[in-house]
Design a protein around this ligand. Structure first.
Ligand code: ZN
Length: 114
């Protein structure tokens, strides 16, 4: 599963950070997920509970922030967020668009207890 490997890398990064900070515990993780990234929050949480067991990151709270996907219209150069209109340009109604961002996934911040 996609989310499992993603969650494993989150755990690895947070344990590395915690080690560098001589932390006793990891308390909060702030994750950013683009609207178009095929990552399900609940699955990440599910795997997290399993793989963080017996590490200093066990019981850490995961915070998810969704970033809207950004598109640009190739006809009128209007930039817009992907919304209820889907992939159509809100300015000229064209669907000749390019995706600028929206599939990102990264850890924005981490709280540890030292
Ligand atoms: Zn347009």
């Amino acid at each position: 599963m996609h989310e499992l490997s993603v969650t494993e890398s989150i755990l690895e990064i947070s344990l590395r950070h915690a080690g560098q900070a001589n932390a006793k515990r990891v308390t909060n993780l702030y994750l950013v997920i683009g609207q178009l990234a095929s990552i399900v929050d609940d699955s990440v949480q599910f795997y997290w509970d399993i793989i963080s067991k017996d590490t200093i990151a066990q019981g850490a709270t995961l915070h998810f922030k969704r970033l809207p996907a950004k598109l640009i219209c190739l006809d009128c150069s209007q930039q817009f967020n992907l919304g209820s209109d889907g992939f159509s340009c809100p300015n000229c109604m064209n669907d000749h668009v390019k995706i600028l961002s929206g599939d990102e996934f990264y850890m924005e911040a981490i709280d540890v207890e030292t």
